[in-house]
Design a protein around this ligand. Structure first.
Ligand code: ADP
Ligand code: ADP
Ligand code: ZN
Length: 218
């Protein structure tokens, strides 16, 4: 099964994608993670992308879709994938449909995680991740079981994203409403859109998503 998780920054896409990886055996493909890796490795595209990411602006459609298309050709993606962070606008949605069609693939289900802007600012303000394995946490809503120690790998170093500052978050929310939210209509027209309440707690959202996906399977 191939899924898109759609939702504003901080809605819980990454958190829920990790959950689906475990429960459904799908691979999590996050364009944000791919671009942050490219930036860290100082590739030409990565360095260019970083400037835009730090301001909360979108990276070029062609750069992102090239990376996604190549990643979809890797073997593990053929067992089913979860797209997190892409498509980000209607142009990317068309480019994705074309790329998938060429590969003989299609999206089965788009799950929109709906959340209030105010809550998102609070969530992003408390977001941090393990510096070794990348596991995501929140200082109030999802703390490690033992303070200062990653549940997954035992790491003790944590990091905060460079673009999780209040000004950049506000800009990212504006970009979401203007450019990404129209995709709700795009996928509604295709008859594959499901909505879940992203304001519920993490486990409740996870079960809502599982039911939504079962609904798409029928
Ligand atoms: P996204 O990938 O959509 O930007 P994340 O999954 O990184 O969002 O979640 C943003 C932050 O909010 C993280 O710190 C995460 O632990 C926390 N979080 C995710 N889902 C919920 C939820 N349903 N309730 C409260 N906090 C949440
Ligand atoms: P969040 O999980 O908070 O929504 P992401 O990790 O998905 O954030 O994205 C972080 C930044 O990476 C975005 O603000 C944007 O600059 C860039 N980015 C990620 N995915 C895309 C994409 N599909 N198109 C253009 N830019 C992207
Ligand atoms: Zn870790």
């Amino acid at each position: 099964m191939n899924i898109i998780l759609l939702g504003p920054p901080g809605a819980g896409k990454g958190t829920q994608a990790k959950n689906l990886e475990l429960s459904k055996g799908l691979v999590h493909l996050s364009t944000g993670d791919m671009l942050r890796t490219a930036a860290k490795n100082k590739t030409p595209c990565g360095l260019e992308a970083k400037k835009l990411m730090d301001r909360g602006e979108l990276v070029s459609d062609f750069v992102v879709m090239e990376i996604v298309s190549e990643r979809l050709d890797e073997k593990d993606a053929r067992g089913g994938f979860i797209l997190d962070g892409v498509p980000r606008n209607v142009v990317q949605a068309h480019m994705l449909d074309d790329a998938l069609a060429e590969k003989g693939l299609a999206i089965d289900c788009v799950v929109e995680i709906v959340a209030d802007d105010e809550a998102l600012v609070e969530r992003i303000g408390g977001r941090f991740a393990c510096a070794s394995c990348g596991k995501g946490y929140h200082k109030e809503f999802k703390t490690p079981k033992v303070e200062g120690v990653c549940d997954k790998c035992g790491g003790t170093e944590f990091s905060v994203r460079a673009d999780d500052t209040p000004d950049t978050v506000r800009n990212r929310l504006g970009v979401y409403h203007k450019k990404t939210e129209p995709l709700v209509h795009y996928y509604e027209k295709q008859g594959i859109l499901k909505k879940v309440d992203g304001m519920a707690d993490i486990n409740t959202v996870a079960s809502q998503i599982e039911s939504a996906i079962e609904g798409c399977d029928k």
